[in-house]
Design a protein around this ligand. Structure first.
Ligand code: FEO
Length: 397
């Protein structure tokens, strides 16, 4: 570890010529203004030094000074020759305008689509752009960067950068995690749980492209995987093996139930349904939506074979929290094959109909629904038990 006591800025040498100069954002609480981040996140930036120097990705706007201070513990930032922009989203590229001022001779390396986004978002002029294609290399003098286009992980312009001599892979968002804890993944005992919720919220909608991404990463045979969020992997097979399963859409005999209840009728239905599913040998996880963490829902969607939505009728439709959960499921495109909906109402329904409209646009088979008026009695509980049994049978099949 390198620690500059004068500045208080921590930088880390992760291989012979690579230093982590990223920043930790312990305070960030939401990603996409939507998904909670209980352990914050990092914006990882790496300095690769051969005869020339490359900076791999920058940091979220607001952290430029810290990035520059960290680089300055190693070298004069004005001597950076290349800034690689693996991805144009502002948490990695938003500091480009300031970095281009501080690094007057640096050019920005990006894919063709990345170059267009760099111009549009960050006013990077054409004469400071260096466009690369899949397989292109850049000689830093004693060190070689190879670029691998990896589109739609999770924007269209995304690419990986690979340091050939030391086999360090920089895949930007891919294979990352939103947590500020640990420089190395083995220093964070919850890393794979954080990686899974991150996959669920960011990469799950792009599973096909993710399969190609893992293949590409394996072909490069990295010793170290250095993503742009979260800790660095020095045992790269573990995270790639998990991504193989997650991108393949491998599901467990598991149901994720998301529900909200105003006067306990829906919660009673959910309770009966979950008890029956568990009796039938199904793994069940329940999220009560007034207090749930959308990141945990995203995580459970990664490997659930079925989902159940529970909602009271609310002014002729779903309760807004249930509508929100249904929209999230639709947007994240989980691999679940089956769905069911339970609902209660007092004087008029509508929740089941709206749930059908939202979930009907997914690939899930809606196995059944139960809609009741008022609190559930014996017949209503029986209907839910039968729905649970049907769902369990389908899942086994
Ligand atoms: Fe971490 Fe897609 O930005």
């Amino acid at each position: 570890m390198y620690y500059d006591n004068m500045s208080g800025h921590n930088v880390e040498q992760i291989s012979e010529s690579v230093h982590w100069v990223g920043v930790r954002d312990w305070d960030r609480r939401l990603f996409d203004a939507l998904i909670p981040m209980p352990q914050g996140t990092t914006y990882n930036s790496y300095l690769v030094r051969g005869e020339k120097t490359a900076l791999i990705d920058t940091v979220n706007p607001g952290f430029e000074e810290e990035l520059i201070a960290k680089i300055s513990t190693l070298m004069d930032p004005a001597e950076i020759d290349v800034i690689v922009m693996n991805h144009a989203e502002p948490d990695h590229a938003g500091s480009l305008p300031i970095m281009l001022e501080k690094c007057p001779r640096a050019v920005v390396v990006a894919t063709e689509r990345g170059g267009r986004l760099a111009s549009m978002y960050f006013n990077v002029p054409d004469d400071r752009l260096h466009i690369v294609k899949d397989g292109d290399t850049l000689d830093l003098g004693g060190r070689t960067l190879r670029f691998a286009e990896a589109p739609w992980l999770h924007w269209p312009e995304t690419m990986f950068t690979f340091l050939e001599e030391e086999r360090v892979l920089f895949p930007c968002d891919f294979l990352g995690a939103h947590t500020a804890k640990g420089i190395w993944s083995d220093q964070n005992e919850e890393i794979y749980s954080y990686a899974k919720r991150y996959f669920g919220q960011i990469m799950m909608p792009f599973r096909k492209q993710g399969q190609r991404g893992v293949e590409k990463a394996r072909q490069l045979n990295p010793l170290i995987i250095a993503p742009s969020h979260g800790p660095i992997h020095r045992n790269p097979d573990k995270i790639m093996d998990l991504y193989d399963r997650w991108t393949d859409g491998e599901t467990k005999n598991k149901v994720m139930i998301a529900y909200v209840s105003m006067w306990s009728s829906t919660s009673k239905l959910v309770h009966t349904l979950s008890e029956q599913l568990i009796s039938d040998g199904v793994e069940v996880v329940v999220h009560e939506l007034t207090g749930s963490d959308l990141g945990e829902i995203a995580k459970d969607l990664v490997d659930s074979r079925a989902i159940v939505l529970g909602s009271p009728a609310f002014l002729g439709g779903l309760h807004p929290l249930a509508a929100y959960a249904a929209m999230l499921v639709k947007a994240l495109r989980p691999p679940a094959k089956y769905a069911a909906v339970v609902s209660s109402y007092a004087w008029g329904g509508g929740a089941i109909k709206q749930a059908g409209e939202i979930l009907g646009a997914t690939n899930m088979d809606i196995v059944g629904t139960v809609e009741i008026s008022g609190p559930p009695g014996e017949a209503e509980h029986q209907a839910v038990i039968e729905l649970a049994q049907e769902l369990a049978t389908k899942m086994r099949g």
